[in-house]
Each structure stands twice: as C-alpha cells, then as structure tokens.
Design a protein around this ligand. Structure first.
Ligand code: 0FX
Length: 246
C-alpha cells in the first residue's frame, strides 16, 4: 500500500473531491500542492485542505525522497523525467487517451469528432501517454459547448477516482497501453484556433461547431479584429436544445 501521497493540482474542484474520497482512509498521509503562480488557489478559503506551492522542476528530489505516490489532478507543470522514473506518478486527465491528448481535449473533440472523456493513467515521459488504468467516455451532444462537455468530463473524473482509488492506493490495479499513439494538441494550437478569419467560407454547421468548441463560460476565446477600431471582438454562442427550455 502507498502511504505517503502527494497531490499536485491547479484545480479547486478536484482537490476537494479527492480530499472527500481519502478522508476516511487510515494509514495514508496526503499532502496537497499547486503551482506557485496559482495565487487564487493558494488563497482560496473554500479549499478543504492545507495547500503549499511547489515547483516540480526545482523540488523533484525532495518529492522523490518524501513520497511514494504522486497524483497530478490537472496540474499546470510538466513532471520531470527523473521524478517519473523514481516514484509512481499518476495523472487524472480530462480527455479520453489517446484521442486529443494535451491541451483542452474537449475543445478539439468538438471540432474533430474524436471521442472525449476522462482517463486515469500512469505518467511517462510523453504527454498524456502512459499506461491507462481506467477511462470513461462522455458523449458530446450537438448542443454541448466546451463548458458543458468539460462539466461532464469532470464528473467522469470523480467517478473514475471513486472506482479506482482503492486499487491504486493498494498498488494492485491493472493498466494497459493504448493501442494507438493518437494525437496531441498544444496550447499554441488552441491559441491559433482563437483567431477568427472573417473572410473564411464555412458551412453553418462548421461555424456552429467552431463557436461551441470555443465557448466556455466567461473565458474570452474566439475573436476577430474590427477593422475600424482595431479592437478585438470576442465571440461565443448560446445553444438550447428544445427539451430543456421549451
Ligand atoms: O483544471 P483545468 O482543466 O486546467 C488545468 C491546467 O490549468 C492546465 O494547464 C492543464 N492542461 C489541465 C489538464 O489542467 O482548468 P482551466 O480553467 O485551466 O481549464 C478548464 C477549461 O476551461 C479548459 O478545458 C478550456 C477552458 N478554458 C480555459 C482557459 C484557461 C478556455 O476556454 N479558455 C481559457 O483561456
């Protein structure tokens, strides 16, 4: 059984959910950390745990000495190879590996119609790539935006943690490598997507899919530049399926 567990996370919701899941388990010691730059999380009064900043690139040797299991629950930092090779590191990822590994998987799944969901996997040297412990697919409906798809994915992540945490802590889980390498999207791919080319000709179907992929609550994603004022104009979309509101 793993006893000294480190959580590295930049996600409020997942930290609190993890804490609720481990609350009653005896014999384990769980420490919670986030990126140094995540002031909002470090100062968040609603967090149920004490959280400390960590810089994995600098502090990985201390982590190797102190912990025998490390979880990444949506963490902004890359895990150094030395850490991954020395301690069991596990990632809870908001995508259905190997489809759309990397940045904001559901955004790309809306656009390229690849499967979406949540995956718990061992961390290796490549992005969202290690042996898969468990995964859950979510269905993206035609009226889902990035936000509504993401909410389904977070719910799937919690379900996966509930189902798999006992065997992960015991170290007796099974894991399998994905049969394909899949595809990877990076932050720069998302940034490039944000720029709307007003002259581009697309079908209404493509336009709606693009806008719902880029719509995520208050985030200002897709934009065009107004020629006269040279201001950025941000664009999002509101979709309501008939059964919900009519
Ligand atoms: O927890 P998380 O999903 O993101 C975290 C890390 O911040 C990120 O670096 C890491 N790749 C990921 C696995 O874990 O929260 P978030 O608020 O950064 O992003 C959540 C969703 O919000 C994302 O899937 C798409 C949307 N979003 C986010 C940002 C920052 C946008 O639409 N636009 C944005 O500018």
């Amino acid at each position: 059984m793993y006893r000294n567990i480190l959580i590295v996370s930049d996600n409020f919701f997942l930290i609190n959910a993890f804490q609720s899941l481990v609350e009653g388990i005896n014999g384990i010691d769980v420490s919670y950390t986030c990126s140094k730059s995540n002031i909002a999380l470090l100062e968040n009064k609603l967090l149920k745990v004490k959280i400390e900043p960590i810089e994995l690139k600098k502090n990985y040797l201390e982590v190797i000495k102190k912990y025998d299991l490390v979880f990444s629950l949506h963490c902004k930092q890359l895990f150094p190879n030395e850490l991954v090779h020395s301690v069991k590191c596990i990632n809870v990822h908001p995508g259905l590996n190997p489809y759309n590994r990397g940045w904001f998987p559901q955004v790309f799944s809306i656009l390229n119609v690849m499967k979406a969901g949540a995956t718990i996997h061992e961390i290796d040297e490549q992005l969202d790539h290690g042996a898969i412990i468990a995964q859950k697919e979510i269905i993206i409906e035609k009226w889902d935006t990035s936000l509504t798809a993401y909410n389904k994915i977070q719910a799937a992540e919690i379900e996966l943690l509930k189902e798999n945490l006992p065997s992960i802590l015991e170290g007796n889980y099974k894991s399998n490598h994905a049969k394909e390498e899949g595809n990877v999207n990076l932050k720069k791919d998302f940034n490039a997507l944000c720029v709307i080319d007003l002259e581009k000709q697309v079908t209404m179907n493509e336009a709606i899919d693009y806008l719902r992929a880029m719509t995520h609550g208050h985030y200002k994603n897709a934009y065009f530049i107004d020629k006269e004022t040279e201001k950025k104009v941000f664009v999002s979309i509101d979709l309501k399926p008939e059964s919900e509101n009519y």
